[in-house]
Ligand binder design. Structure first.
Ligand SMILES: [Zn+2]
Length: 248
């Protein structure tokens, strides 16, 4: 599996953004093990293990996984990993029911129909369907997140509802990096645009709410954006958010 790993080295924690052509995840290494943030599509479980190996961690070291949100491309790989390894999975309290699949807030065949003819979208669909994009599986024992300071890497939750109703970003690398999930991305297989941007309305539960939530990201002191899709981006979060909003 083609993947790129960007590493942020801090005094007490090392953070890795793992990027694939379809979705990203984050490995935070700290005292006591590893915290994963998101875990790719179901078909990415092996790639998550491979990325852990490449950064010198074993899957047995995973202490917890955090979800930015419960879309299949962020949750699916974790469901597979949990069949073999023991760790807790946390989501924002407003996202837990989504992770359990009590409901599903995700683009589907009907909502995608207006753009499915586009060559980029067709190519993207041909990549993600074999990765398990149509899976509707949830994780029944997802827990609501509380204080995360004891987890490896000491991530800090930054609630950002809109992309889904319980979407949550996380500050990592001692506040230098921001894991923005799908609230703010820097690229996507379905578009040729690069740099900070929002996903389109087909992929966003509540675009207006998402745009409002970006203020919480802009207010952070992070200078590295670790998005759910696209490359690592360097700059102030205020600049990132302004660019994304100007492109809407
Ligand atoms: Zn998403």
């Amino acid at each position: 599996m083609d993947m790129r790993i960007d590493t942020l080295t801090g005094d007490h924690t090392t953070t890795h953004l793992v990027s694939t052509s379809t979705v990203n995840w984050v490995i935070a290494q700290g005292e006591g093990g590893v915290t994963l943030i998101d875990g790719g599509y179901p078909g990415h479980a092996g790639a998550v293990l491979e990325s852990l190996r490449r950064v010198g961690s074993a899957p047995e070291e995973i202490r917890a996984a955090l979800l930015t949100h419960a879309h299949v491309d962020h949750l699916g790989g974790l469901i597979r990993l949990r069949e073999e390894y023991t760790f807790d999975v946390y989501a924002h309290p407003d996202e837990v029911a989504h992770a359990k699949r009590e409901y599903l807030e995700q683009a589907n065949a009907v909502s995608l129909a207006p753009i499915a003819w586009q060559p980029r979208v067709m190519r993207w669909l041909s990549q993600i369907i074999p990765l398990g994009a149509l899976s509707r599986a949830g994780l029944d024992d997802t827990s609501p997140l509380g204080d995360l300071s004891a987890l490896p890497g000491s991530p800090v939750a930054v609630p950002t509802p809109g992309h889904t109703r319980g979407h949550c970003a996380y500050l990592v690398a001692e506040g230098e990096g921001l894991v923005s999930g799908d609230a703010l991305i820097s690229g996507h297989a379905i578009t040729s645009q690069h740099g900070p941007q929002c996903l389109g309305p087909i992929f966003t539960h509540d675009p207006e709410r998402n745009a409002e939530s970006l203020e919480a990201l802009a207010a952070t002191d992070a200078h590295l954006l670790l998005p759910g899709h696209g490359d690592l981006w360097e700059g102030s979060m205020r600049t990132a958010v302004n660019r994304a909003l100007s492109r809407r």
